[in-house]
Ligand binder design. Structure first.
Ligand code: BGC
Length: 249
């Protein structure tokens, strides 16, 4: 059967690639289109339809990441960094309709968590792993003995009276032009809060910025083992493709 296609809907770009699920690697070149300025469900669905035209196979299963809560059945429950009209949208229905085949959505950080547990650093790890993605916001995935507990939304923990992601996401580092040291201090505060509440066995740092892991991860002062993700910015696509294949049974 054709490789499933994963689509990653992010704040700045929408990216897609078919994934070979035996290796967790892309089986064709990744395609990307800028996220429309007004990122409404209809506008985003149209971009996804454009992206799919770039791949030959029109039958492959499709999985899509969304940067918000995804309730059972694909209804979106929150929209911190995307157009608010996503809230209450049945994204499985809308995207299946526009893309002309069965589509399933998953929270972006949950997709990254699934990818890391199947192909990356979280593979074979027992106990509680928390995968965090540091990007426009902070995403989180809780994996207990490799099983995902979806929609943890730990980027929105209130710390020192503010939404954690507004201080510690990679976008805060860029917007405020923070040095690695200054950002690592904020990350220390954030990850200490996670340690206190969850006593994790492993914390994984994902998102595109994890390619600079050696510059800031060693500066994060916590007691839990904390390591860079393996898949970085391919994790969303890989996790979404894995979901699409799981749902097909
Ligand atoms: C959203 C999460 C998402 C994360 C990363 C947060 O603002 O609430 O659902 O996983 O950003 O995109």
């Amino acid at each position: 059967m054709a490789d499933p296609i994963g689509i990653d809907f992010g704040g700045s770009g929408i990216k897609a690639a078919p994934v070979d699920l035996t290796t967790g690697e892309f089986s064709a070149e990744r395609e990307r289109i800028d996220t429309p300025e007004k990122s409404t469900p209809q506008a985003v669905a149209q971009v996804m339809a454009e992206l799919l035209k770039k791949f030959e196979d029109t039958k492959s299963a499709v999985g899509v990441t969304v940067p918000g809560v995804v309730r059972k059945g694909g209804v979106i429950g929150s929209a911190a960094n995307i157009d608010k009209s996503w809230i209450g949208t049945d994204a499985d229905d809308l995207l299946s309709d526009v893309l002309g085949r069965e589509v399933h959505v998953i929270n972006d950080a949950d997709a990254a968590g699934l990818a890391e547990v199947r192909y990356g650093v979280a593979k074979g790890r027992s106990g509680l792993t928390i995968v965090t993605t540091l990007g426009t916001g902070i995403g989180s995935a809780l994996l207990y003995d490799g099983v995902l507990v979806p929609n943890s939304e730990l980027g929105h923990l209130e710390i020192e009276g503010v939404d954690a992601e507004s201080r510690a996401a990679n976008s805060a580092r860029k917007d405020e032009d923070l040095s690695w040291e200054k950002w690592a201090k904020r990350l220390t505060t954030y990850y200490r809060a996670l340690e206190k509440l969850f006593s994790p066995d492993l914390i994984v740092v994902g998102g595109g910025v994890s390619k600079h892991g050696p510059e800031f991860i060693p500066l994060i002062e916590i007691n839990t083992e904390i390591i860079s993700a393996t898949l970085r910015n391919t994790a969303g696509i890989v996790g979404a493709a894995a979901l699409a294949s799981d749902k097909q049974g």
